[in-house]
Design a protein around this ligand. Sequence first.
Ligand code: 6R9
Length: 687
Amino acid sequence: MMWLPCGRASRRVVSSFSRRVFRSYFHVEGRRKFNVAAFMPEAAGIQGLSDRSTLQEFSVSNGESFWAAAARHRLSWISPFHTAQDCDLSRGRIKWFEGGKLNVSVNCLDRHVHTCPEKVALIWERDEPGSEVEVTYRQLLEMTCRLGNLLRRRGVKKGDCVTIYMPPCPLAVASMLACARIGAAHNVVFAGFSAEALAERIRDAHSSTVITVNQGVRGGKVIELKKTVDTAVDSCPMVQQVLVAMRTENPVAMTARDVDMEEEMLKEDVVCEPAVMDSEDVLFLLYTSGSTGKPKGLVHTQAGYLLYAALTHRYVFSYHDGDVFGCVADIGWITGHSYSVYGPLANGGTTVLFESTPIYPDPGRYWEMVQRLKINQFYGAPTAIRLLLKYGDQWVHKYDRSTLKTLGSVGEPINTEAWEWYHRVVGDGRCPVVDTWWQTETGGICISPRPSDPDAEIVPGMAMRPFFGIKPVLMDTEGKVLTSNNTSGALCISQPWPGMARTIHNNHQRYIETYCQPYPGYFFTGDGAYRSKEGYYQITGRLDDVINVSGHRIGTAEIEDVVNQCSAVAESACIGYSHDIKGQGVYTFVVLKKDVDVQETDLSRLLNDMVSKKIAKYACPDFIQFVHRLPKTRSGKIMRRVLRKVVERDLNGLGDLSTLDDPAAVQEIIQGHRELRGQQQQQQQQP
Ligand code: 6R9
């Protein structure tokens, strides 16, 4: 195997030598002259671009003209915009492409139907392997139009918000696009959320229409989604109708409020007049966790979001016409929105909707799917990679992965071991691995190793390079910009970009306080980052009380709120700790009310049940430790830093405890933690 890398290295030496010869004798550019028009047609008119780095610089220093050119070229407009950008980050005013009118579903469907109606838009990779369903652009447009007409006929109007509670499937995509077609906003709620979490999101979004399926199927198990909707809707008086599609053949109880969606769609026309939308009209809400108990509905608008999703999809993954793009995220998360649906469809691509799990029916599922569907770009989460790595290389080797060109990672930091395995075993050392950093708030990828020169270095576990138009900055604790390299700080973005969320639904003040006020004039991401000597970025994790379990964001305050609702609980404190597979696990300290007489194991079970019912299974504590008191400052603030150190077993790092109200509390916690871990180890050793 040794000769291969050497062979490549020697070719590189030869070509760089010949380039030098050319340059010095003939004063012409080397053979690999950067062809702007071929790389990015919209940038062809920009003068003086000699290479990719000048294009990057231009996109940042002349953001307005860069994005205007991209928007004109990449989107189809009903009428053109007159002002590319009108933003004031310090006041949370973000407007792009004002005056422009367009329809997102026309951009994702009709224009491709005109050029290639029979091209496959969606490959629905159903839970049962080998039973995939292909949907062409023509079929998807037809489905979307029928559904758009149905929604219209049933009273859904421009400006309404429809909640979608469905697993990844073509009808879920058609539901999103049908909303866009008629000018309604959508609010997709991850179908793993509980009835209460769903109800909270329906109420906050004021949805009078909900779309769901009778049952979901995941990992061979049937999930009663319609029943969950029924329970949720009981506490949502504004809901007037629930459209139900049939994912399985099992009938479910239907009430007067329920509509058989597919049957009704058949009665509708296949042509549906697209609503004329302003660039800044709302396209969707998507709820995500913040550092308080209440999830926030981030608002994305039409043109800027679509453009940013499309451009990042095209360039980060080097997506080319004819490629099959496999993003395995659920459509209930922003990754599913931007890279299973909007980005690929805006680009006229073929995109996979993955309904299953990485280990169903066995740990070869992803790679068997890659072989069967001939996937070219695979985009997944580090938690799944870490899980699969433990099952061994044979599950990967069994299948032909030669179609793969780029591998992507998203959602949480990817550790070096997982990165190396992904690169070496899954990609056979041939495919660039792009660790992409971004958030629900950013709409699309902001930092990623690609696009860059095809042979530019990629450092394992680093997101590295800002995307076009993105200017990251690091801040110190006093709020000053850190200008040097080899330094860490709070990650901010110093100028607006079209994909960013515009507000928090019904709470613009919270938007301003969370993102705009911590570092006035900058967008604060909530993450920390390190900038290396070379100027590359590496994300170090959240700076607020948000933890990341298997790539899912959850606010510690949300879990505490649920735990505190238990009548036996006086107070609780929840922290994240590092977990082998999930990235972070949930560790909860609970103080019981005086005179409560219950078995701790029973109470642990009850609290887990409550979290699972009120939020979702993934938010359940891995550990619940009962303590008599929590470490607090004299002003009554829980010192989470101390709890974290105890759980990390870094007792030397406990720091100054003199400000604690009751230092003895810490000793009790340390002792209790040892016992709990000891018990767990014993359980694991039992056959
Ligand atoms: C797209 C998405 C966002 C939070 C974000 C950060 C973490 C995402 C990451 C990453 C390290 C990466 N995160 N990508 N951390 N490296 N490549 O995941 O959106 O669900 O809103 O989560 O996830 O902490 O702030 P979202």
